[in-house]
Design a protein around this ligand. Structure first.
Ligand code: IMP
Ligand code: MG
Length: 187
């Protein structure tokens, strides 16, 4: 049976194999700041948010609710980067296309993590071809030291060192997406 009073108490979700890098309250605070900033930057314009599946869905849902903006619409793009769990092969595959055209729209792509930049560069090239009025990017995490392509994000939640991270939407072999914090997998 669910006790409404007890259910609100925060239970720490600790996993022995994971070291917390960014706790949930710091993520929430940073996303509130990003929500305010992005809302201001797109004042008086329609904004189409494009979430990149699967990893960005948690960030996108919190960012969306941190926005104070009257004209936001949402779409999703699915991509998979070939390779094993922690090393990109550089080959990007679209698993789900946008539902709607972005021609003439102000588009903000929302990603979970900017690592080598291969996925970002592929996405930006593909989306630019569809003639949006403007195209910017937001990423929760940025690993600048890993970059092999000359790309950057316009909005960055946190810059992090070169470690493989999981949680808050990010996976290792499709697992750990449910963790409310960002953590490093101990090896
Ligand atoms: P890219 O190397 O910038 O193309 O990133 C490719 C994709 O690899 C990202 O969108 C993530 O899905 C995944 N990725 C990169 N670094 C990490 C990580 O530290 N944890 C989990 N997924 C990652
Ligand atoms: Mg991803």
């Amino acid at each position: 049976m669910i006790d409404a009073g007890q259910a609100t108490a925060q239970q720490p979700v600790e996993r022995p194999e994971i070291e917390v890098l960014i706790p949930a309250d710091r993520i929430a605070a940073r996303i509130r700041e990003l929500g305010v900033q992005i809302s201001q930057d797109y004042q008086n314009r329609s904004l189409r948010l494009v979430g990149v599946l699967k990893g960005a869905f948690v960030f996108l849902s919190d960012l969306l609710r941190a926005m104070d903006h009257p004209d936001i619409t949402l779409d999703f793009l699915g991509v998979a980067t070939y390779g094993n769990a922690s090393q990109t092969s550089g080959e990007v595959r679209v698993t789900k296309d946008l539902d709607q055209s972005i021609e003439g729209l102000d588009v903000l792509v929302v990603e979970d993590i900017l690592d080598s930049g291969v996925t970002f560069q592929y996405l930006l090239t593909a989306l630019r071809n569809r003639k949006p009025a403007s195209l910017r990017t937001a990423t929760l995490l940025d690993k600048p030291s890993r970059r092999i392509r000359p790309v950057h994000a316009d909005y960055v939640g946190f810059s992090i060192p070169d470690a493989f991270v999981v949680g808050y939407g990010l996976d290792f072999a499709q697992k750990y997406r449910e963790l409310p914090y960002i953590g490093v997998l101990k090896t």
